[in-house]
Ligand binder design. Sequence first.
Ligand code: IFM
Length: 407
Amino acid sequence: MEYRFPKDFLWGAATSSYQVEGNNYNDWVEWEHVNSARLAAEAAKRHANAHMRIPEYILNNYPNPLQPENYISGRVCDHYNRFKEDFDIAKQIGHNAHRFSIEWSRVEPEEGKFDEKEIEHYQQVIAALCERGLEPFVTLWHWTVPIWFRDKGGWLNKDAPKYFERYVTIISRSLNYRHIKFWITINEPNVFASNSFLKGVWPPRYKNIFKYFKVLKNLAKAHKKSYEIIKKENPTAQVGISKNNIYFENIPFADYFWNKYFLNKIKSQQDFIGLNYYFHSRLFGNRNEDVTDMGWEIYPEGIYYVLRGLKKYNLPIYVTENGLADIKDEKRGKFIKDHLKWIHKVISESVDVRGYLYWSLLDNFEWDKGFWPRFGLVEIDYETLERKIRPSAYEYAKICKSNILEI
Ligand code: IFM
């Protein structure tokens, strides 16, 4: 069976600064150092439980969840220095778009002092993408913040949106806007706010529903203002957010609060919706017939329902993330194809999906889980930093190059 995608469909992958660049200095880097031993000990405790054993094929790799160094990002993939090599690979495997993020803590390491050299670095990143025919999707904020911002209370500070606006003003002026059509102001506001302020698992580890809503409010404010700033600089820019939406099977309450609440808040200040799709949730438990290395259920059909749920916003949609941890690369090819089949179906029912960015181009640092989850189309050997293109990347390349999915 052949599924042809619309003309000019964008194909590619996504990354974020802290997860691939290496040698950053931000709130997460400080947090890792304080928490790595605890995270390794907790993993060991879970592993001691017969039902939660970590499989050998994960433990045989470096670094693995039982090792404290698994939780220290360090040089990660050294993408900061190797971005050209990595974009060569993206081009080679048929991509025509790429999503990356700017590291706020590099650009504004001290309050109000912007580092020209770092801005230049991102100018070079954008130029390198354009030279290779990769359409840049620039994410302005993917969860990490400068130390000075954290010390002011981070996103809980009532002036947080103002601090963010200052950064966005400088960035949108200094990056060559003619080369950037797509701007993503904020990555997954709910995931950030819930892990950091409600569940207490990510820095600053609060468990407080009022703080959770306060942070969402400030993020929405920051987005709206950034939208205006970028549009003033370049009225033709397309500005949106990346929103992690979950397919809640018959759970309308959760669907509203998780999927729609934030999007409704910024409704009139977005030109597209970036969808990050990973999860499905059933009221009485998922079947989990097929799972990723992280135990996340693989449920491709869910992307169809989630995309249908976004139709009412009447905006173009780009899938700005979708992917899985699969160290053996046994499931990735099929995973991508199955999701694309459902995306194709929703397009044929006139939902305006215009692109697909796999998460991630490279293996990278998965937040409090560290290095062991392997999401990459490209494998990273963390001892030598050698890049190896996985077989699934070639399967995906065929689709990217032909604009046709064959199953
Ligand atoms: O690694 C993350 C990314 O930073 C945001 N979206 C989900 C990915 C996988 O958990």
